[in-house]
Design a protein around this ligand. Structure first.
Ligand SMILES: Cc1ncc(COP(=O)(O)O)c(C=O)c1O
Length: 461
């Protein structure tokens, strides 16, 4: 009975957030050079910048913080974490790291090779960067349905294109494909899920050609919940059973625990290949710290052990995915163009459709982020012309990405649907005024084009 359904928790500790006036926000955003990364967080009413490291921990996790064992080597909290990861993911060897990108780094050192192509559905930036530094070429092979903002009703828009995977192996030869990675859910196109069938197919190809196959598991629990909801044969399985099966098809995984690990910091890399373990441990020791803490405190490991279990609870996941859908449905009802179906961790708005009169050279996504903040104190993030443009090194010519998106990430267990209503009403207000809106001009980029979204300064046109 749906009408009896609400959050599967009650609130024990509250953190005040501050409302502000439009005049105050106009001033704050101007001082921040119209870049929301430069705002003080205390001047944000509802923060949807990211779902990473922003979860609210449970009373059990906070209790775990108190019992965390801070011994340098062999701490009890490591063994609690190791057992939780082994039980839930099924890999025998587990190395903690301070966050996901440190695990990405270890993975790149293990597998990436000069001139090698690394196919994935859509790689996350931190692995992409590490792979490129190692001389590899990461390639995104997500299916065509996953590349468009149009409301194509495909249940698994995060799937990898199997024909393209085969083609890249045929073209370059297995000796030039050092690794295949599947990111679940596919963060790059809106937290879209990957089906078990697709993971199985990719795994079979990897096995056939003896290519290692890793999963980027940052949002694995949300992916497993979508499999339960949308894939025939999984409706009666538990999310934990689905997770076990999913990971059984891979040689290992990396995880940013700041997402489905339900903690504010942490990551890890797992493998079933015993031969890899000494190198993983060595890379952890030189970069992260001794193997049993990996850059984390004992209390972080304790909270993560509990978080992995809580993040795969079905009542929690039902609430989580329904909250994202609630926000998406309410925006769609008001005609606001979003990526459909909604994915796992947020809603993505198509800023080019929202502001058809603002050309990409004037940053329609960034303009929307700024106006949403000014209107409702809501902080989203641009994933478009500012974040993803490329510049030709010879001619200096800029190529704009196909999509100009604004992501509204939802932090786990943090906001209620009343907060979502504020977001919807603020966006609806901006949408009504869309014809009068103008874009932005960039006045300072910062040292690196691909990271300019963090550093850029803008002025209003
Ligand atoms: C899919 C995916 N992989 C890896 C990472 C990197 O993790 P971290 O931010 O913990 O370094 C992220 C972070 O957003 C991510 O979304």
């Amino acid at each position: 009975m749906k009408f009896l359904n609400a959050e599967p928790f009650r609130i024990k500790v509250v953190e005040p957030i501050t409302k502000s006036t439009r005049e105050q926000r106009d001033e704050w955003i101007e001082k921040a050079y119209y870049n929301v990364f430069k705002l003080r967080a205390e001047n944000v009413y509802i923060d949807m910048l990211t779902d990473s490291g922003t979860s609210a921990m449970s009373s059990n996790q906070w209790a775990g913080i108190m019992t965390g064992d801070e011994s340098y080597a062999g701490c009890k909290s490591f063994f609690n974490f190791e057992k939780a990861a082994q039980d839930i993911l099924g890999f025998p060897y587990v190395q903690p790291t301070h966050q996901g990108r440190a695990a990405d780094f270890i993975m790149s050192q293990l597998y990436a090779k000069k001139g090698g192509y690394i196919p994935g559905n859509m790689h996350f930036d931190s692995f992409k960067g590490h792979a490129e530094v190692a001389g590899s070429i990461p390639v995104d092979l997500v299916i065509a349905e996953g590349r468009t903002a149009n409301a194509i009703n495909h249940p698994f828009k995060g799937n990898m294109d199997i024909e393209k995977l085969q083609a890249i192996i045929d073209e370059h030869g297995t000796e030039n494909i050092p690794l295949i990675i599947m990111t679940v859910t596919c963060n790059g196109n809106g937290g879209q899920p990957v089906s078990m069938a697709n993971i199985k197919e990719v795994s079979a190809i990897a096995k056939k050609y003896d290519i290692p196959f890793m999963i980027d598991a940052a949002r694995f629990a949300e992916n497993c919940y979508f499999i339960k909801q949308r894939e025939a044969g999984y409706e009666h399985k538990t999310v934990k059973e689905i997770a076990k099966e999913m990971f059984s098809y891979a040689d290992g995984c990396v995880m940013s625990a700041k997402k489905d690990g339900m903690v504010n910091i942490g990551g890890f890399i797992c493998t079933r290949d015993e031969e890899m373990v000494p190198m993983i441990n060595l890379l952890a020791i030189v970069n992260e710290g001794f193997v049993t803490y990996g850059g984390l405190s004992g209390r972080d490991l304790e909270a993560l052990a509990i978080g992995l279990d809580e993040g795969t609870e079905e009542e929690y996941l039902e609430y989580r995915i329904e909250q994202v859908k609630y926000l998406g449905d309410e925006l769609a009802k008001r005609g606001i163009p979003i990526i459909l179906p909604t994915g796992g961790h947020g809603v993505y708005i198509d800023a080019r459709k929202f502001y058809p009169k603002i050309p990409q050279s004037e940053f329609p996504g960034q303009a929307l982020v700024v106006e949403l903040y000014k209107t409702g104190g809501v902080r989203g993030v641009e994933l478009g012309s500012c974040a993803f443009s490329k510049r030709d090194p010879e001619t200096g010519e800029i190529t704009y990405p196909e999509l100009d998106l604004v992501r509204l990430s939802i932090s786990r267990r943090v906001y209620t649907n009343r907060h979502m209503d504020v977001v919807v009403n603020s966006l609806a207000d901006v949408y009504e005024r869309r014809d009068t809106m103008k874009g932005l001009r960039i006045t300072y980029e910062g040292p690196i084009l691909s990271l300019r979204h963090f550093t850029a300064r803008f002025e209003l046109l």
